[in-house]
Each structure stands twice: as C-alpha cells, then as structure tokens.
Ligand binder design. Structure first.
Ligand SMILES: [Zn+2]
Length: 308
C-alpha cells in the first residue's frame, strides 16, 4: 500500500463518495447502473483498467456501466482502481444525488421510529436478524432518504448537500428495528438488509471473488480512507447527528430549524435549501414560513444538519 499517495502537497485529499453511495445502499429492482464512466476515467495511473482487462472473462455477460459502478463501489483491492485526481467528484456527487432523489438508489433512514414502526407493524410474526431484498423494498417504499454524513457531504431528503463541518456517520445496512420478547433484554436488535440480485451487485461479487482468488486478501485501505474523513471531525460534535435525529423530534425540530434560519448560518442554510432541483423561492421569506412549509416537513433534519 502506497501511503504516500494520500499525502499530496498541492491537492487536498477528498475521496469520491464511493463507499457511501453504493457500498451501503439498496437498489430497487429491476435496475441497471447509470453511466458513471465519464466521471470515473480508467486511466493508466490507477489499477482499474488493468483489473478490468484481467477479469474480463468473468464479467462478459454484464453491462459496462454495472461493472464500472461495481469497481467504484469496491474502490480498491491492492491498489486504488480510480485516480482521484482525474475523477470528477462534482459529477459523481450529481449522479448520486439524482439517483437518491429518483429512488433508484436507497439509503434507509436509520433515525427516528418510522422504519421501526413500519417493520413491527408488518413483520410482527417473522422477526428476524435479516430481511430479504423484496421485503426491504417494501419496507423502504415511500420512506425518506436516509440522513448520513461522510466528510462534508450529507445525504438526506435534499439529496446530497454539503455541510460546513466534517463528520463521519456512514450509511448502514443493519438497522435497529425490533425488541425481543425477553423481558430482561432492553437491547434494540439489528436487522441486516440482504442485497438484491441485480447486475451491479453480481458484478461486485464476482470482482471481489476473482481478485481474492488471484491476489489474496485486499489491502487495508478502508481504515486509511476512513481516517481521512475522521481527521477533520471535531470530537466534541461527533454525536450531534444522532442526538438531534433521535432526541429532538416533531415541533421541536421545526423550531430548531427556524432558529438555524435566523442564526449566523441562516444565509448559508437558505442557500442549501434553494439548490436545484428545489426552487429559490421555496427558501425565501420569513423563517416561520420556510420552517413550517409542508414541502419542508421531511427535510428539516437534513437541512438542520447542514447548518450545524
Ligand atoms: Zn433482546
């Protein structure tokens, strides 16, 4: 592993949002990947093109877009597959934001009770530690986009927006959704979402297996890359998202957003709320109107997070 590659002197290291958009997301079926290739050039400086050539025999029946997205999701084996300096992180962010808003990529909303209640209303007789893909799709149908943050990028009902602060709240596919019948157990138990059988998941699986068979275990890039996102996190605020999301709810969250609109960061927050595909006038006007607009009912958490 070439750690020196992570310490460029001229360009700050900003990894594309690979692990988060696709590695821990749920794909509604049936779906094929959008074309990410223009944003992810397979240059000779990175290992992607070489890997693609070496594995072509096990990927022949899969579409290029699915294979490129699977490579992006995997991101590395021994070397990084893509050259981050040549990749277009703005374009990647646009594609991911659009896919989220169109519900072509889903990030389950881990906070609050909405999925907990829905799960327990629906699966009361079949509580389990995993949920098959078809049931995951049903569970998430119509639910808000999950609020997560990697570095400065925040996902949520607004798509992908940028916070002024860096945090590490990665997406998860193990959600705390039920309590068991043991009266002595107060734990909230996790349910693992099983990935669907779609081409990009198949490509991801085949690439991982083939590389492991040929080259052995993958290098420990995850820790190194995650540490880049952790580095800027002020420790005193690291638990703020779960605190706000799980303990400040309903009208209180609305009031918090109003305070944020009236505070020092108000102009910045209105700018975030007015970004396309939303209209500028939707973030205009008195804070009381913006905060209580029906349109914004589901975006309070994401918007509030972007300003804290
Ligand atoms: Zn229990």
């Amino acid at each position: 592993m070439k750690s020196s590659a992570l310490e460029p002197t001229r360009i700050r290291f900003e990894p594309p949002p690979s692990p988060w958009g696709v590695g821990a997301s749920v794909y509604p079926e049936p779906r094929r990947a959008p074309t990410w290739a223009p944003a992810l050039p397979l240059s000779s400086r990175a290992a992607g093109q070489r890997t693609l050539s070496e594995l072509s025999s096990v990927l022949t029946d899969l579409g290029t877009a699915d294979v490129i997205l699977a490579l992006f999701t995997k991101f590395f084996h021994h070397d990084l597959f893509f050259d981050y300096q040549e990749s277009d992180s703005t374009k990647i962010r646009e594609i991911l934001g659009r896919e989220l808003l169109q519900e072509r990529v889903r990030l389950p909303h881990r906070f609050g009770r909405s999925l907990y209640d829905r799960f327990n209303d629906t699966y009361i007789d079949t509580r389990t530690d995993h949920l098959m893909s078809e049931d995951v799709q049903r569970l998430l149908q119509g639910s808000p986009i999950g609020v997560y943050q990697l570095g400065r990028l925040v996902s949520g009902p607004l798509g992908i927006i940028e916070s002024e602060d860096s945090r590490f709240v990665p997406p998860i596919l193990e959600l705390p959704l039920w309590h068991c019948s043991d009266t002595g157990c107060n734990a909230l138990h996790d349910v693992t979402f099983v990935a669907p059988n779609v081409p990009v998941v198949e490509a991801f699986s085949r690439i991982g297996k083939a590389l492991h068979d040929r080259l052995g275990p993958a290098a420990e890039w995850s820790e190194v890359l995650n540490s880049q996102l952790h580095k800027e996190t002020p420790r005193q605020y690291v638990d703020l998202p779960p605190l706000i999301a799980d303990y400040i709810i309903g009208e209180e969250l609305t009031v918090l957003l109003e305070r944020a609109l009236l505070g020092d960061r108000g102009v910045f927050l209105r700018g975030v709320l007015a970004l396309p595909p939303r209209r500028k006038r939707e973030a205009d006007g008195p804070a009381t109107r913006v905060r209580s607009s029906r349109h914004w009912a589901s975006v309070r958490l994401g918007g509030t997070l972007s300003s804290i």
